[in-house]
Design a protein around this ligand. Structure first.
Ligand SMILES: C[S@@+](CC[C@H](N)C(=O)[O-])C[C@H]1O[C@@H](n2cnc3c(N)ncnc32)[C@H](O)[C@@H]1O
Length: 904
């Protein structure tokens, strides 16, 4: 067997030199899907040379250019491979008689492999060698290695639907199966030297080892046997050193250009040292030597073993899981699958302990070739192997232990698997969910493993966590502290947990970390993120208080003292080191920044636009209830409510169906009604009022005009028909993918602000609309109690309302304070005893009167023009909404909107 391997290389070189194929193959149509393939016409032994993948040898970049240029059929013949660190390509698209290019893909049961063979001039050639016995009549196939090949998914789907067959398939769930390579001393002289030195066996084994190493993976099913082989390999490695110098690391990747994965891994590795003390086991292999130093941790005795399967068989055959695996036939897929799970679980427990303590070495399923960070890995929730997180979704599709019904959409895979990682088991399910929704990165990793950060999150969750909008606050707070901890770790190697930081002796480290994290510039005393610097004070005080509580419970005087003194230091020193400069930075940022409010004209346009859309969408939803018609009306109604009530967008967006249905239905008492003016009575009749939860848990009312109320009721009535998830509590629910979230009012408002043709749509935001009403209310000269009523309705603290929602400063100074200045000029004595509003000094009587008359004229014009413009406005809205220009609308005067308007 072994000498054949070396002769096979020799044979390959002969065919390379002659530029011909062996005559034992036939090109044949295999199936409609596959097209042509190559069939063996006689029995072939494993290791035998088969065919060369012949074609034009070009550089990788030339290949990439062709890949873009070629049709899909031709591009399928581009074979990319890396050799001596460079990317190359063989273009096999030219229609020649050579057969190698017709070999099809089979990643489940390949019977051949492509290896790189160098000719006498050291030019690489891609050659297929048999890896199994191939009987006459069988198709030659190799693993293309690209997991995205479309036909593979079809096969995978078929496999999933055939559970019995599933177990029969060899265990092969590796992501990087695509990389196959061979390294060998290639010329005849070397071949014969190998034979003469009787090195063939070692050489062959060495080739096998190198293949495994560079593939970065191995079929699960082979591992048990492989372990036995390792014993021999370790001894043989030293003997093979003689030929090592001639062997080079090479890679061949079939079918498409190399991806960036390796570069990305390198980049993330650069952050590694700064990030944490957790390491990831990387391959110790040298370019020419495989080093077997990976150890798997035993699930039962929690110790690492180089030969875990043998250890399990010898020491733990009595354990249920091991016994179950051993009851299957040796070499069977099921036996290997079950043993793999036990091995993965052992490593998983070890990895969890490393992540909890923040120290140690993670054992990934496949050892990385480059340094990587722990947060690049996540465990598979089916087999518990630790995979590169970005590949996890792909592995999930193929994991032999997955449950079909549990397959998640790609973006959910990481979130669901990260829940397996260690977390304080005492934390509530609600907080676990919040953490599960975080992107899994270094910061999340710290959040999960730091008990103090989790305690803070838990407290915040207990307070308000059931309310959706607070979840983001909880997440942000925890992540802020985790980021601080990461920075502190990079400054002081003694810091591992947040608890280590809450220590008066580490107060300077805390200050340094805060400054570093928030971009403090020592030369100007300014922060780039002053708000975070301010917020961290509060978080640190809170966690110190949590520690005080813990100390009291455990009667730990030392901890109590540390926490108390830490807080004392914050009290004494935080202002001078952080707060004062952070506040200064914040205030100065606001100097000279324009306070732009929405234009009244733009608001009017938006209102009309929404009114028109409301009618159209109501009609559409009534006639054809669907997700899209429901969603359209929902967005319009949401925008109308924000606009009418000048309410915070988040408050309206999160209005619940339950709140609406349970609103107070009792009419206003008659005696109260009596006290109202006729106009006020009319308003009360026309409006529906509901109370919802506002900022800081305040109760805030929302007024629904009759038409909007109608829309809300229609939305509630048609929820089911439109396919809104029954579990979604919100009136303005997101309609897709069974979402439990609400739509965002800011998005709807933005959308319609743009499409209504406003001059400054960017100024129509819920915050600016709120400022608008508060500011304009000052112009109305409301009495204090009226102002207070308005503030209560707006959900403002009255202090905030008076202080911050006043007229923009420049207007105040120019329109109000200037009265005093003019009065001073014309003599102040005549205004004695008058308020600021009563002071009307005569600036310039002519100008004053002319401007008055202009005002008057323009008012008249406006009211006269208003009706005339109304028609034009509505038609403009229709055009804008249907995406047509105003001009084109004139050509199409009978749009549905016009008919409706005619009727009304
Ligand atoms: C290099 S060509 C192989 C020869 C090809 N069958 C032909 O008729 O020209 C690669 C293409 O063959 C097809 N192919 C290869 N393996 C396949 C498989 N297992 N199932 C379906 N199609 C396959 C795909 O279209 C792929 O792009």
């Amino acid at each position: 067997m072994r000498p054949r391997r070396v002769c096979a290389e020799k044979e390959a070189l002969e065919f390379i030199a002659s530029g011909t194929d062996k005559d034992i193959f036939q090109k044949k149509v295999i199936s409609q899907e596959k097209g042509y393939g190559v069939i063996a016409c006689k029995d072939i032994e494993p290791g035998e040379f088969l065919l060369e993948y012949a074609g034009r040898h070009i550089t990788g970049s030339e290949g990439e250019a062709l890949f873009k240029e070629y049709s899909a059929e031709d591009a399928a013949f581009l074979y990319f491979y890396s050799y001596q660190g460079h990317l190359y390509c063989v273009d096999g698209s030219k229609d020649t008689e050579r057969l190698g290019r017709f070999i099809n893909d089979d990643h489940i049961k390949p019977n051949s492999k492509i290896k790189i063979i160098c000719d006498g001039e050291k030019r690489p050639h891609l050659c297929a060698f048999a890896t199994t016995k191939i009987p006459a009549g069988e198709e030659i196939v190799f693993d293309y290695g690209d997991p995205d090949c479309p036909w593979r998914h079809e096969i995978a789907n078929m496999d999933n639907s055939l559970p019995q067959q599933h177990n029969e398939i060899d265990i092969s769930e590796n992501v990087c199966d695509d990389v196959t390579e061979s390294s060998l001393s290639n010329n005849e002289e070397e071949c014969s030297k190998c034979e003469m030195n009787n090195m063939d066996q070692q050489l062959s084994l060495f080739v096998e080892m190198l293949e495994e190493e560079e593939e970065g993976e191995k079929e699960e099913g082979e591992e048990e046997e492989e372990e036995e082989k390792e014993d021999n390999d370790e001894e043989e490695v030293s003997e093979t050193k003689e030929v090592q110098g001639k062997i080079e690391a090479q890679k061949a990747i079939r079918g498409k250009p190399l991806k960036k994965t390796m570069t990305e891994m390198d980049e993330s590795a650069n952050d590694c040292q700064n990030q944490h003390m957790i390491k990831v086991k990387t391959s110790s292999n040298k370019p020419c030597q495989r080093i077997y130093d990976k150890k798997n941790v035993c699930l039962y005795c929690e110790k690492p073993y180089a030969k875990i399967t043998r250890h399990l068989k010898q020491k733990h055959h009595g354990e249920v899981e091991v016994a179950k695996a051993l009851s299957h036939k040796q070499g069977s897929s099921m036996r290997n699958l079950l043993l793999t799970k036990v091995r993965n679980l052992g490593n998983f427990h070890h990895n969890s302990a490393v992540l909890s303590t923040g120290k140690g070495e993670i054992i990934p399923k496949r050892q990385a070739l480059n340094v990587s960070v722990a947060t690049d890995y996540l465990p598979c929730k089916f087999c518990f192997g630790m995979y590169v997180k970005t590949d996890l979704w792909r592995h999930h599709k193929r994991c032999k232990l997955q449950k079909k019904e549990n397959i998640l959409v790609r973006r959910k895979v990481q979130a669901s698997c990260s829940l397996l990682l260690p977390m304080d088991s005492t934390i509530s399910a609600g907080l676990q969910k919040i953490i599960g929704d975080m992107t899994y990165d270094a910061v999340t990793q710290v959040v999960k493993s730091d008990t103090l950060i989790l305690s803070l999150g838990e407290r915040m969750f207990l307070k308000n966590g059931e309310v959706g909008r607070y979840r983001a606050d909880i997440r942000n707070k925890m992540r802020e502290l985790a980021r601080l901890l990461l920075v502190a770790r990079s400054i002081d190697k003694d810091i591992v947990t947040l608890k280590d930081l809450i220590n008066p002796a580490k107060f300077n480290t805390v200050l340094e970390a805060v400054k570093k994290m928030t971009g403090f510039d020592g030369s100007t005393n300014r922060f780039s993120v002053p708000s975070t610097a301010l917020k961290l004070r509060h978080s640190l005080i809170k966690v110190a208080q949590i520690l005080q509580g813990e100390a009291l419970r455990h009667e730990d005087e030392a901890l109590k003292g540390r926490a108390e003194h830490f807080n004392k230091l914050i009290e004494l020193e935080w202002t001078i080191h952080v707060s004062s400069n952070a506040l200064k930075t914040l205030y100065q940022k606001k100097w000279n920044s324009a306070q732009i409010l929405p234009l009244a004209e733009d608001i009017r346009k938006l209102q009309k636009h929404l009114k028109y859309l409301e009618e159209v969408n109501k009609q559409e939803l009534n006639d054809h209830p669907s997700k899209s018609s429901w969603s359209d009306l929902s967005q319009v109604t949401l925008s109308q409510l924000i606009l009418f009530n000048r309410r915070r967008e988040g408050e309206v967006s999160r209005m619940e169906v339950k709140t609406y249905l349970q609103r107070n239905h009792i009419n206003i008492q008659d005696d109260i009604l009596e006290s109202l003016s006729p106009f006020e009575k009319k308003l009360c009749e026309n409006l529906t009022r509901i109370e919802i939860r506002g900022k800081r848990g305040r109760k805030v009312p929302i007024l629904l005009p009759a038409n909007v109320k109608e829309s809300v009721e229609l939305l509630i009535k048609t929820r089911e028909d439109a396919g809104i998830s029954q579990a979604n509590p919100y009136i303005f629910a997101r309609p897709n993918y069974g979402s439990l979230e609400n739509m965002r009012g800011c998005d709807s408002l933005k959308r319609y602000a743009k499409s209504c043709g406003a001059k400054h749509p960017e100024n129509i935001t819920s915050t600016k609309l709120r400022k608008h009403v508060a500011t304009v209310s000052q112009l109305l000269n409301l009495k204090t109690h009226e102002l207070d009523q308005l503030a209560t309705f707006m959900g403002h603290d009255i202090y905030v309302h008076r202080e911050f929602y006043r007229l923009p400063e420049e207007t105040l100074q120019m329109a109000k304070v200037s009265r005093i200045l003019f009065a001073l000029q014309s003599g102040i004595s005549k205004y004695k005893g008058q308020s600021l509003e009563d002071i009307t000094p005569n600036i310039n009587s002519e100008e004053g009167s002319s401007s008055d008359s202009e005002d008057g004229n323009s008012k008249k014009q406006t009211s006269r023009g208003e009706n005339a413009d109304k028609e034009k406005d509505l038609s403009e809205i229709r055009d804008l909404d249907s995406g047509k220009a105003a001009a084109s609308h004139e050509e199409n005067p009978k749009s549905p909107g016009q008919k409706q308007r005619g009727k009304s």
